[in-house]
Ligand binder design. Structure first.
Ligand code: UDP
Ligand code: MG
Length: 350
């Protein structure tokens, strides 16, 4: 235990929760056990719950967890900012050591913690869980997810590992790197891939959610996919160029043929259907290209406003987590906590 460097002594489980009052009471005992396991391995372990503007009893429940266990830290956002922003908020508040991201619905088993920690200690910076099975998810979701990973893999130069969600452990330096990426449209899977470092995957069976309902419907998933593609690829913009080029080449050839035909056999005016077809086709292609440009332009606009990624309503750090054990780490920690507190009071952070 003495040989463990300070950076490798602390681990925070980060859990984003939005209306998870049904699932959390079943998850917390498992988290509790996982924290015990981590402590048995000589780690200073805690859990940080991020309440993403829940409207059910989630916050009260979390307060109760924190009352019972001093290793529970709480962060509440001012409204529902979405999972990506909630995770960002959580990771921003991990002031030292590594972070392990889990879903609040038990789909990412906390029991796997020792495996993640073992890989981290081997020197990996990004240890991610890769799903072997997707129980409790419909054929549509499975097929669309499969298609999505293929498309993003083909279009983007940033590696996005397949069937890998946000269930992952990030080393301190990976966390520091991630914190530098402050873009508004956050596609976390891509951001994790973008930072690089040593990544390794741990295969696991992903069960159905333990309680409550999924927050992502088909429309949200479609938008999520668009987000992913537009955040990490400009290939769609190029597609418009190529479609235009192909049409122009074809039109040139066809135009030549029309002239030759008229010269050789004369021209009886006909061809309304073909004219109509061409006009409609080109109109459609143009609108599509405009729409694609609009997607990027809209994102540029959002980015240019430079709004914070989220606003903090309340922040309650884990209490007395053995900072006495590691006096060498205390001053730095205080500074960070203080900064967060000030930012929270000011209502802005990011
Ligand atoms: N989540 C969140 N904010 C949101 C939507 C979801 O923090 O706006 C959290 C949610 O509480 C859960 C995780 O993101 O912990 C994954 O959500 P969910 O299980 O509904 O997604 P699925 O597993 O069905 O893709
Ligand atoms: Mg889920």
């Amino acid at each position: 235990m003495h040989a463990i460097p300070p950076e490798h002594r602390c681990l925070t489980l980060v859990v984003a929760a939005f209306n998870e009052a049904e699932a959390l009471p079943r998850l917390q005992p498992r988290i509790h056990a996982a924290l015990d396991m981590a402590e048995a391995e000589g780690l200073e372990a805690r859990v940080l719950y991020v309440d993403d503007g829940s409207r059910d009893g989630t916050w009260d429940l979390l307060r109760r967890f924190a009352g019972k266990d001093r290793r529970v830290a709480l962060l509440r956002l001012s409204r529902n900012f979405g999972k990506e922003a909630a995770l960002t908020a959580g990771l921003d508040h991990v002031d030292r050591g590594a972070a392990l991201i889990l879903d609040a619905d038990g789909q990412d088993p906390p029991e796997l913690l020792p495996e993640f920690v073992a890989k981290w200690r081997e020197g990996y910076d990004d240890v991610h869980g890769t799903r072997l099975a997707r129980e409790g998810e419909g054929a549509f979701k499975r097929a669309s997810a499969h298609g999505f990973y293929r498309v993003i893999g083909a279009l983007s130069r940033t590696p996005v590992p397949r069937d890998t969600g946000d269930f992952r452990l990030l080393s301190p330096r990976a966390l520091a790197a991630l914190r530098q990426l402050r873009e508004r449209h956050r596609f976390m899977k891509g951001l994790f891939g973008w930072i690089g470092f040593n990544a390794v995957s741990i295969p696991y069976q992903r069960g159905p959610r333990i309680a409550g309902r999924s927050k992502f419907n088909a429309w949200k998933l479609w938008n999520f996919a668009l987000e992913g593609i537009t955040s990490f690829s400009t290939a769609p913009l190029r597609l418009a160029t190529y479609a235009g080029l192909a049409t122009a080449v074809f039109a040139f050839g066809y135009g030549g043929w029309v002239v030759v035909k008229a010269l050789l056999w004369g021209d009886r005016v006909a061809g309304w259907p073909s004219l109509m077809a061409v006009v409609l086709f080109l109109g459609g292609v143009q609108l599509m290209a405009l729409g694609m440009i609009g997607e990027y332009l809209g994102r540029l606009y959002e980015e240019s406003k430079q709004r914070p990624l989220y606003l903090v309503d309340a922040w309650q750090p884990a209490e007395g987590v053995s900072s006495a054990q590691h006096p060498d780490l205390v001053p730095e920690t205080r500074g960070v906590r203080h900064a967060h507190g000030a930012a929270a009071a000011g209502g802005e952070i990011a």
